[in-house]
Ligand binder design. Sequence first.
Ligand code: ACO
Ligand SMILES: O=CC(=O)O
Ligand code: MG
Length: 562
Amino acid sequence: MELETSVYRPNVAVYDSPDGVEVRGRYDQIFAKILTREALSFVAELQREFRGHVRYAMECRKEARRRYNSGAVPGFDPSTKFIRDGDWICASVPPAVADRRVEITGPVERKMIINALNSGAKVFMADFEDALSPSWENLMRGHVNLKDAVDGSITFHDKSRNRVYKLNDQTAKLFVRPRGWHLPEAHILIDGEPATGCLVDFGLYFFHNYAKFRQTQGSGFGPFFYLPKMEHSREAKIWNSVFERAEKMAGIERGSIRATVLIETLPAVFQMNEILYELRDHSVGLNCGRWDYIFSYVKTFQSHPDRLLPDRVLVGMGQHFMRSYSDLLIRTCHKRGVHAMGGMAAQIPIRDDPKANEMALDLVRKDKLREVRAGHDGTWAAHPGLIPICMEAFTGHMGKSPNQIKSVKREDAAAITEEDLLQIPRGVRTLEGLRLNTRVGIQYLAAWLTGSGSVPLYNLMEDAATAEISRVQNWQWIRYGVELDGDGLGVRVTKELFGRVVEEEMERIEKEVGKDKFKKGMYKEACKMFTKQCTAPELDDFLTLAVYNHIVAHYPINNSRL
Ligand SMILES: CC(=O)SCCNC(=O)CCNC(=O)[C@H](O)C(C)(C)COP(=O)(O)OP(=O)(O)OC[C@H]1O[C@@H](n2cnc3c(N)ncnc32)[C@H](O)[C@@H]1OP(=O)(O)O
Ligand SMILES: O=CC(=O)O
Ligand SMILES: [Mg+2]
């Protein structure tokens, strides 16, 4: 089916909502096929059953933040030692996803979905999170696209190239990543309050696709999910209960739904066993979400001036704390019988410069070789052009074995300590680092405000996680007036210096993107928001949460039942 959402006209129709559910997003006949009374009822049931648990989990996050802000550091929880020491394993891996050596990720856009499913990767992670700006239009089109993808009917006509896209016979297995627990969905009110974003994402996708998915993609299992940004196993426990609730509603066997949890917050690295334990009937492993993990390191230590990060470009997987995290994740997953997935290299192919392209591809190759040699079972690719390199690295090492779960135990990683996981990253802090964070942060935010959640900037993939690093690093350097190395040697980062950098970088952005695009885009608004965030007395928890209201578009006429 070709997706043609209706052109805008004043709302005269409304969604058929159950009691207590109010849809405040634009009405569209195509969206109405997703927002059915039955699907909305299911979302409302999830919201009503779990909202208290979610609220409590978010309060616990705040409480932990207060402790870290008073000088505490995260560590292993003595009260759950029995789980870490126990001999349990997770449910066995569904055959359909035993081999996940290369996974491509991308937002839930129509053409991207088709390209990703056809890309030759083993898995496609369709993203409602880091790679998506969660506007009503993006979210609802995303659901329409996924439904068409699961039933195999998805097509896309690129009119500018007169090219029609459709699915190949062989496609990647689909995983869906709902938003994190912290994000609301302001266009759907349940009992007068915005719904929890991830329950909307999960609920609508599950409701419409579970049957077809299990038949065509999961060989009796599924649907499959990626779960982002958790900080504690109590959050995994909520997901486990959500899955059980969904399985019951659908009348399918317990343990059908499977999910990989991203370990992408610093507190969560101390909870990996506990997270797997909570999800042991629904787990297909853990993944190293390296970009949010770096962001979380800064956020966790926002009140620890002795733990400042060096330039963003220097915080790679070679840093001791990052290597320790990846090694311990591999050991933990393999001990529990599940996949230990690697992460995303930020380099993307560079079309117009063969030499720079070769250098970028070489960096990706090295990153993937490091991952497979360490014992990871698969990795992420940001772009179809990187899949052959990732495949070569993993297949070169694993051969025909679908994964390394049984063959690489990494017993040596049992010696990794709290100190290893928290070790301060080494490197210089430079004016160029401050400039790059600023230039990238503003351009990313401008894109996000206009509907794009992942963009190429300076030949790298930028999404919400990488933009967060830019924001919090600037905040930290300004807050503690760090002394710069390199060109800015001896100069301290102050609000005044940052103000000058912002002005100069805005001029540079205007030159680079051209006056016309600069004027039409939301660069000035983005600059204002980014500057405010970097200079705020208190660090905001999430950039995308702080600016979310700017992409909310309510249609009150929807409610008048004309
Ligand atoms: C930190 C994390 O959370 S990582 C996970 C979240 N981030 C992501 O998923 C990022 C995914 N990647 C992307 O969004 C894109 O690759 C970008 C924005 C980085 C670069 O996009 P572009 O500049 O448009 O790439 P480019 O022009 O080279 O694309 C060439 C072709 O590849 C396709 N393509 C690019 N990336 C992807 C992808 N990830 N999935 C599917 N297709 C893709 C394009 O659609 C295009 O197709 P076409 O030739 O049929 O028109
Ligand atoms: O979601 C992935 C990350 O690196 O962040
Ligand atoms: Mg992430």
